[in-house]
Design a protein around this ligand. Structure first.
Ligand code: BES
Ligand code: MN
Ligand code: ZN
Length: 499
């Protein structure tokens, strides 16, 4: 999709379609009023006749509106003008796209940017619009013979800004969002690929492609024997049960000041999680191909930073394995030694994410990081606790937690803090090793984070449990691309505040 910004009034747009807002009940937005006046009251007549109330979800497509230069005018219901929220703003944009896809228009000038949303500026509105439009038009059809492509796909959106003074800001928003969109698309594509294609080696290959695409990206892939030398006994223990060899992928994007300590992102890359010997039940097991969404979001975030040529230092670390049962797979009761030297009693082979993350988190220390954020589809318990709306957030550094919470609010890609109190740590006591890999009944998301916290004491660290937000189940199943927006907002906020 091509996005641009423009200032100018709606009747002067020579384009396939102009989209304008109608508020509930039957209230015309400023640009709808302009079109109404110039056309001799076409819109107000229709509204008076009850053709559109202005509720969210409603649309009305008009053709040949007099004295305008566009082929069509799309009226989009927005609900009450005073009540428009972050969520409804996105919804309104999605409804617009759905209606446009069913029309013949391929180029659109959107005046929905004039809708008031509390405490949000033009930049935010353009960014949210672009994300909503991309979400609507995304298709994953590379493995279908019938690609089911739209006959006349949408090609171009022009966002209206209220004056020349807003052009620069609008253009920044477009530039940022298009880079973020590139990252989200990469994340979704990788996540939607099945486990037989998207293996640890495949993820490594994708990371190498990023290196070829962007001059500032440097990718390194460690193989099993190199990891053995580093003493990554915990990560390799998980990999034993699979024919697919484990990979430790690092992607360095060091475009910032040499002296600036990097932001390190660590993403869980389990390309299929069968549970191992602690085998999962059969229902919906296919969805465990998404157990590499953390890894995919790290690749997506770095791609977005590189696309923007952001002068920052960001490092991605992706431990990647497949969790399978085999004759030589780890068994409940096995004890392994992690890279940190700590011994781990594996009481459940299905708690594998933390086993690979702990070695990657120990490895992260070599970058002398400013902060480390790990991103993982770590626990089913997180879905029970928080559902599909926010990611679970825990960590050892208040300012980092607060930065992530506010980046979540701003981007709409939200997270919610759970308490990482010491009280929970004893649930990980083991009779036979330094630590057990499960915490028994209660607070499964927190005890998983407690486990990770034993390996992150040397730096500022936050953990995002994205089990509930990284993909949707059901008929419309698929990856969401979260939390790339959240991570990018965090990174851009840090860039803009200069630290
Ligand atoms: N990848 C799963 C977590 C998961 C489950 C994500 C369902 C999304 C949907 C993780 O490896 C896992 O199996 N966790 C176990 C931990 C338990 C054994 C302590 C879980 O959540 O059941
Ligand atoms: Mn598991
Ligand atoms: Zn898993």
């Amino acid at each position: 999709m091509e996005y641009t910004v423009k200032s100018g009034s709606p009747e002067k747009q020579r384009i396939g379609c102009v989209a304008v807002a109608i508020y509930a009940s039957r209230k015309l937005s400023a640009s709808a009023r302009t079109l109404d006046e110039i056309s001799g009251g076409v819109i107000s007549n229709l509204v008076r006749r009850g053709e559109i109330e202005g509720d969210i979800g409603q649309t009305l497509l008009l053709h040949n509106v007099e004295n305008t230069l566009c082929d069509r005018v799309l009226l989009v219901g927005c609900g009450k003008e005073k009540d428009i929220t972050t969520n409804s703003f996105r919804k309104i944009n999605q409804v617009m796209v759905k209606r446009l896809e069913a029309s013949g228009a391929t180029e659109i000038a959107s005046y929905l940017t004039e809708i008031p949303v509390k405490r949000r500026d033009i930049r935010w509105k353009i960014q949210q619009s672009i994300e909503a439009i991309d979400e609507c038009t995304y298709q994953f059809n590379q493995l279908k013979t019938d690609k089911n492509l739209p006959r006349r796909p949408l090609r171009k959106f022009i966002f209206s800004v209220s004056g020349r003074g807003q052009l620069a800001e609008g253009e920044t928003a477009v530039r940022n969002s298009m880079a973020i969109s590139t990252g989200i698309k990469l994340t979704k594509d990788l996540a939607n690929l099945p486990g037989n294609i998207c293996t640890p080696a495949y993820l490594a290959k994708q990371a190498n492609i990023l290196q070829e695409q962007y001059p500032k990206v440097k990718t390194t892939v460690l193989d099993v024997d190199e990891m053995e030398k580093l003493g990554m006994g915990s990560l390799l223990a998980v990999a034993r049960g699979s024919r697919e060899p484990a990979k430790l992928i690092t992607i360095e994007y060091m475009a910032g000041n040499k002296k600036q300590a990097p932001i390190v992102l660590v993403g869980k890359g389990v390309t299929f999680d069968s549970g191992g010997i602690s085998l999962k039940p059969g229902a919906a097991m296919d969805e465990m191909k998404y157990d590499m969404c953390g890894a995919a979001s790290v690749l997506g975030t770095i791609a977005a930073c590189a696309e923007l040529q952001l002068p920052m230092n960001i490092v991605g670390i992706v431990p990647s394995v497949e969790n399978m049962p085999d004759g030589i797979a780890i068994k409940p009761g096995d004890i392994v030694t992690s890279m940190s030297g700590k011994t781990i009693e594996i009481l459940n082979t299905d708690a594998e994410g933390r086993l690979i993350l702990c070695d990657a988190l120990t490895y992260a220390d070599k970058y002398k990081p400013d902060v480390v954020i790990d991103i993982a589809t770590l626990t089913g318990a997180c879905i029970v606790a928080l559902g599909a709306h926010p990611a679970g957030l825990m960590g050892n550094h208040k300012p980092l937690i607060n930065d992530l919470l506010s980046a979540g609010k701003k981007s709409g890609d939200r997270c919610w803090q759970l308490p990482l109190w010491d009280d929970y740590q004893e649930q990980l006591n083991s009779n036979f090793a330094d630590i057990a890999n499960i915490g028994g009944k209660g607070a499964g998301t927190i005890t998983a984070a407690c486990f990770l916290s034993r390996f992150t004491q040397k730096y500022h660290w936050a953990h995002l449990d994205i089990a509930g937000v990284a993909w949707k189940s059901g008929n419309d199943k698929g990856a969401t691309g979260r939390p790339v927006s959240l991570l990018m907002q965090y990174i851009l906020d840090r860039f803009e505040s200069g630290h």
